[in-house]
Design a protein around this ligand. Structure first.
Ligand code: BGC
Length: 766
């Protein structure tokens, strides 16, 4: 009791401190703003990339090792008063010492300006500080979602923030809160998957990890998060990055908005805008989305930054502005606070002219600059602009590495197991496939370089799947033949055929075949895809292996579900590895050997066909069950593996699903309880998932929606009671007037194979 009361007082007093800090900061911001010239204000709104201030033949290429160019940095920071820099240089990771030098040099220059406002540095540290050498790289977001473990997500983000601050960087362009709804999209793996609830839950954890639970971002190991990409970036019609999307507003609000809303409520400090186009409207020019929805309705008080060169895109790509200057006007008036330009200071010239011409109001500039200055104060940049990396003694430590390894272990998802796994220690295995001996494919894009192509250079000390399996099963028991390799010099989807005869010979000597297939690393446009099937070469490799008659275990090391329906029946086991990071090889070897019992669950629906890219939360019209008399067309919803699916080496039995009542009113809630037992013979972890469905609604309802989950550990024979609470808010949907409503009537609750129902007794408008 005392503990609770103490905790409560502590929270209250912390809130009080935060509120006081916030008013004190507002005062400082106002005082500073009053002294600033238009040029100084506009400079704060401009963000340049590191290469543009580097020494080198041009602003796109810098010398190695990186050095700031005295003339270029002076022009940017002293002459143009630029307030922010981003990115690494020459698209390669820098050492801690180099980051320190960069920070020192930038700060020296900022101190030469009249206002002495520190420059804020931003970086994409999306799975660890992936642009700092020796940092702890984690599984990518999709894999983190597959753990269904909130603590692991928060811990990973906390380590990332620590190592980011060790690199003297206070601002992280993460998390991605877009939904992974279309597996063709090349950034699918950067998401938490297809579900709005799972994405919201994991997003909040990530922000707590980056910013601290109380958002004390000035702390030595915390920084600012950046929610991206607001809003509706992930579902372009063509599946190709940065191409137009069609999203009705009720769907935008129903599926895409909740994760951002939850993150804003958690206190996320900054947000990045969607580079794309929705219903013909470029989001960077959308006042409706950036000001009316984001700043007014959601009351977002932080900084809104553009994505890379996206103001220019309004002119160059989308042709909604006749000149680059008009593009600046459209976007700043829409609600942009900072432009990730990223190479030129023209943005400043245009914006200054626009204000002088009355085309952009001074209030808009003041709003943007106040937000930026506030962020700089909150981050403590005025007091401590540079950190000393030597004080960050846990950087890259064994303890941090262990967190990454645990996350990889809990992410790995066993999708098929016909009595083949785990393998016993003495067996002889053939390890094959283009992903078998590559650190690059384990990490994916945004690893030591944008596309991940420099990974082998920096990740030598970690184990590939082949290396980890070899140390686990013994050198004498492991054969290797790639069969198919990625062409590292060509475009990302290029492959080179290997020696299938050698593969056959080695298969003949092995007891089992571990076929490591999937994709090479990629992100953004370079990852666009014409065909979602697994490549023909890799399919043929599996067909060839099947001729040996040896049991095959497929390891899927891929950023999106490449379709395997043409070869799946040839294999006995399927293990989804996602992009598990630097410890993915070790985790996989442990899962294969049974030292780790897999507990990952798919955070998306794994499609069986390229024309069936439908999420689990689809409408009843998508079901077309043949068993219920539907025509024998290809209309049935039959994914390869459903959302939330994942096997274990033990088994779990569910019983006694109970609701605390049969009715729920406006102010009511219901408790849902269920018993879960480990009915097998190994320790295991289970993800207990609660789904709810609206039986009849005025807009055709989704067949079901996830409304709760808990990951629990159970010993053999152990049983636990799991409790969830449902409130009316879990029953709502967005209607055609874009209002959130819950309609009275029957709702079904589903946990595993059990279900029960209750009634909502009144209509509710939220
Ligand atoms: C990506 C963003 C990223 C930014 C800065 C863009 O191309 O879309 O996700 O944060 O670059 O590197």
């Amino acid at each position: 009791m005392k503990k609770v009361a103490l905790g409560f007082t502590l929270i209250l007093s912390m809130l009080g401190v935060n509120a006081q800090n916030s008013t004190a900061i507002d005062k400082k911001v106002n005082a500073l703003l009053k002294q600033m010239t238009l040029e100084e204000k506009v400079g704060q709104m401009c963000q340049l990339t590191l290469n543009s201030i580097g020494e080198g033949p041009d602003i796109f290429t810098s010398v190695e090792p990186y050095r700031v160019d005295d003339g270029r940095i002076k022009r940017a920071i002293v002459d143009y008063k630029v307030g922010s820099i981003l990115n690494t240089s020459n698209n390669r990771a820098l050492s801690l010492e180099q980051w320190h030098q960069v920070a020192v040099r930038i700060h020296e220059e900022a101190m030469k300006t009249r206002m002495k406002i520190p420059v804020i540095f931003g970086i994409d540290a999306i799975h660890g500080v992936n642009y700092t050498q020796g940092s702890t790289l984690f599984p990518q977001e999709l894999a983190m979602a597959a753990t269904w473990n909130r603590d692991l997500v928060q811990r990973g983000a906390a380590i990332t923030s620590y190592e980011m601050r060790a690199s003297s960087i206070p601002w992280n362009f993460s998390p991605v809160l877009d939904l992974g709804l279309d597996p063709r999209w090349p950034r699918f793996w950067e998401t938490f998957g297809e579900d709005p609830y799972l994405t919201s839950e994991m997003g909040v954890q990530m922000i707590k990890g980056y910013q601290g639970a109380q958002n004390n971002v000035a702390a030595f190991d915390k920084g600012a998060a950046c929610l991206k990409h607001f809003l509706g970036y992930s579902v372009p019609v063509s599946g190709k990055d940065r191409t137009p999307a069609l999203i009705p507003e009720n769907y935008l609000r129903e599926y895409h908005l909740p994760s951002f809303k939850a993150a804003i409520e958690q206190g996320a400090k900054t947000l990045m805008v969607n580079s794309g186009i929705i219903n013909g409207e470029s989001v960077h020019a959308s006042r409706r989305i950036l000001t009316d929805l984001l700043k007014k309705e959601l009351k977002f008080k932080g900084v809104v930054v553009t994505d890379w060169a996206d103001i220019e895109n309004l002119y160059k790509r989308d042709r909604i502005a006749a000149t680059p200057k008009e593009a600046v006007k459209l976007s700043v008036n829409a609600g942009i606070d900072m432009s990730m330009v990223p190479y030129s200071v023209d943005f400043c010239d245009y914006l200054i002219q626009l204000v002088k011409e009355g085309e952009v109001k001074m209030e808009r500039i003041d709003d943007a600059v106040s937000r930026i200055l506030k962020l700089k104060y909150e981050l403590g940049l005025f007091e401590k602009p540079i950190t000393d990396y030597k004080e960050y003694t846990q950087f890259g430590s064994k303890e941090f590495e262990k967190s990454s390894y645990s996350a990889a272990c809990e992410a790995i998802t066993l999708l098929k197991n016909e009595n083949v796994l785990p393998l016993s220690k003495g067996v002889k295995v053939l390890v094959t496939g283009p992903n078998a001996n590559s650190m690059r494919t384990l990490n994916g894009g945004w690893s030591y370089s944008w596309q991940g192509e420099k990974t082998e250079e920096f990740a030598q000390k970690y184990n590939t799947i082949l290396e980890a399996v070899t140390s686990k099963f013994g050198k004498e028991n492991v054969l290797y033949e790639a069969g198919v390799e990625y062409n590292m010099k060509g475009v990302y989807h290029d492959e080179i055929m290997g020696d299938f005869n050698a593969v056959q010979q080695k298969a003949a000597q092995a007891d089992y075949i571990i076929a490591c297939i999937g994709e090479n690393s990629y992100t953004e446009k370079p990852g666009d895809l014409q065909d979602l099937y697994l490549s023909e070469n890799q399919e043929n490799l599996v067909r060839e292996l099947a001729k040996s008659g040896k049991p095959i275990i497929l390891i899927l090391n891929e950023g999106r579900p490449r379709i395997i329906s043409r070869i799946e029946r040839l294999v006995k086991g399927v293990v989804m590895a996602y992009l598990p990071g630097n410890f993915g090889g070790d985790a996989l070897a442990d899962v294969l050997a049974g030292d780790v019992n897999p507990s990952g669950k798919l955070p998306f629906t794994y499609p069986a066909y390229p024309n069936s890219l439908i999420a689990y939360h689809h409408k009843p019209a998508e079901e077309q069950k043949k068993s219920e008399g539907a025509y024998d067309y290809n209309g049935e919803f039959t994914p390869q593996y459903p959302f939330g699916f994942g096997l274990s080496y033990t088994s779990f039995t569910y019983s006694q699903l109970a609701l605390s009542g049969k009715n729920m009113g406006k102010d009511g809630s219901l408790e849902v309880t269920v018993k879960v037992k480990n009915s097998g013979s190994r320790d295991g972890m289970e993800v207990v998932k609660l789904f709810v469905s609206d039986v009849v609604a005025s807009l055709t309802p989704d067949v079901k929606r996830l409304k709760g989950f808990q990951k629990i550990a159970l010993k053999p024979g152990e049983e636990k009671l799991v409790t969830f609470r449902l409130t009316p808010s879990d029953l709502k949907f967005v209607d055609l007037s874009n209002r959130s409503v819950a309609e009275k009537g029957e709702f079904v609750v589903e946990v595993a194979n059990l279900s029960s129902s209750f009634n909502l007794t009144e209509n509710i408008l939220f």
